[in-house]
Design a protein. Structure first.
Length: 43
């Protein structure tokens, strides 16, 4: 139980840091995101 709580906190911290890194980046539209995802699947 305790390990799971620690693990969840670490994951939340990592996610928060990742979100801060890209905070200033421009968002993709739905179509742009779908095209980008389709390109990734082809690799």
């Amino acid at each position: 139980m305790t390990f799971g709580m620690i693990e969840e906190l670490l994951e939340d911290c990592g996610l928060a840091l990742s979100m801060e890194e890209v905070e200033e980046e421009e968002s993709l539209s739905l179509n742009e995101a779908q095209e980008y995802y389709a390109q990734m699947k082809k690799r």
